[in-house]
Design a protein around this ligand. Structure first.
Ligand code: GLY
Length: 384
């Protein structure tokens, strides 16, 4: 198996994103193991390693003649912390990793952001390879070079743009995810359908299987994992591969066009302005990122309608799709002043006010600074 390759075209810093269903025959080649490297630090998490995802990567690096050390970081957003980052720097120094060596992140967005920032900062920047194992990370976080950690004052407040050397997405890793974690990633796939590839909406409507367990977005359910077999359908590897590949193509093209978010890359924030406020005001616990994005998409579409840009049919279509996928279409009722503070504190906001991405029709997003009354009215419809 070789997988499909998508290039993130950034001149001399261009890199391949390989999307495969099962590890490619030559994992080392897909990882783009740097020619001059002699050591690698593989950063992972206990559940990722227990699911067997780190082993093949470590094996491939060893087969390529590298000395490999592994570090597991704690689960969850709390790991994006300076104390954990310090552990990674020290593990790198203990090996020791030199300028030409590499850090390899195997896991979800937390692992990728943290390991990516360790690589961006250690020795003033060494190579990082991303091996994302969640749908969110495969379609979004692992591509584009955003790395960082959190502060008590906010998420991702310290970080750097540091493009990976290669990204390897094996969609078979997604079959070990809890159903709710797989489902949340679909929020970002719907986003790509709305901003650039409307065919993704058709694929999800026509082919995403809705079983009892998947439809409820169960926290504990595993795809294909229970002794009785899954109670509903499960997505085939071919479907997962198509969704990831098409999403990756969108993200790669946007990053290539606007690496540092001076323009078009901001379209990736569709659903995120309100979504970030939901996450922040619910303590980053009860609502997962992709679920918050789904709620944010509902607000953004209604904001578009308030402004005469988005029609009812699209709002109904996306609402039905999100519900069908097991994603929320209504948000928790939150204190409105705190919502505005959270949205205005968002680092993606410029001085002219709170920016939103709206959708005129699928494939046609626009970045606007709307009147606050229109935003309030849209929020009232979704979380009033
Ligand atoms: N996750 C949004 C971006 O990479 O710009």
């Amino acid at each position: 198996m070789s997988g499909e390759r998508v290039e993130v075209a950034l001149g001399r810093r261009s890199y391949p994103v390989t999307v495969s269903a099962g590890w490619p025959a030559d994992i080392g080649a897909a990882l783009g193991v740097p020619g001059g490297s002699s050591r690698a630090l593989v950063v992972s998490q206990a559940p990722v390693a227990a699911a067997g995802h780190a082993g093949p990567v470590v094996g491939a690096l060893v087969d390529h003649g590298l000395d490999v050390d592994t570090v597991e970081v704690p689960d969850g957003e709390a790991a994006k912390d300076v104390a954990v980052l310090t552990r990674l720097w020290q593990a790198a120094a203990d090996l020791p990793l030199a300028r030409h060596d590499v850090i390899v992140a195997v896991g979800g967005g937390v692992v990728g952001d943290l390991a990516g920032f360790a690589a961006a900062s250690y020795h003033r920047g060494i190579d990082v390879v991303q091996v994302p194992t969640t749908l969110l990370a495969q379609v979004d976080a692992a591509i584009g070079g955003k790395t960082g950690i959190n502060l008590p004052q906010g998420k991702n407040l310290v970080g750097a743009f540091h493009q990976p050397r290669a990204v390897l997405c094996d969609v078979a890793t997604l079959t070990t995810l809890p159903a709710r974690v797989l489902t949340e990633g679909l929020g970002e796939v719907v986003k790509y359908g709305l901003i650039a590839d409307p065919g993704l909406l058709d694929v999800l409507e026509e082919r995403w299987p809705v079983g009892e367990e998947l439809g409820r977005g169960s926290v504990t359910g595993r795809l294909g994992g229970s002794a009785d077999g899954p109670p509903g359908g499960e997505p085939s590897l071919a479907l997962l591969e198509e969704l990831v590949l098409r999403s990756v193509r969108v993200k790669a093209a946007i990053v290539a066009a606007d690496e540092h978010e001076g323009g078009q890359r901001a379209h990736l924030n569709l659903g995120h302005t309100y979504g970030h406020a939901v996450e922040a005001l619910t303590g980053y616990r009860s609502v997962l990122h992709g679920e918050a994005v789904a709620i944010g998409l509902c607000v953004a579409l209604r904001l578009g309608r308030q402004l005469g840009r988005t029609d009812d049919a699209l709002i109904e279509r996306v609402g039905s799709l999100l519900a069908r996928l097991g994603l929320p279409t209504r948000g928790p009722k939150l204190d409105r002043a705190e919502v505005w503070r959270a949205m205005a504190g968002d680092k993606k906001v410029d001085a002219s006010g709170v920016r939103f991405v709206v959708v005129d029709e699928p494939g046609h997003p626009a970045l606007i600074t709307p009147p606050p009354e229109a935003v309030d009215a849209a929020i009232d419809e979704v979380a009033g």
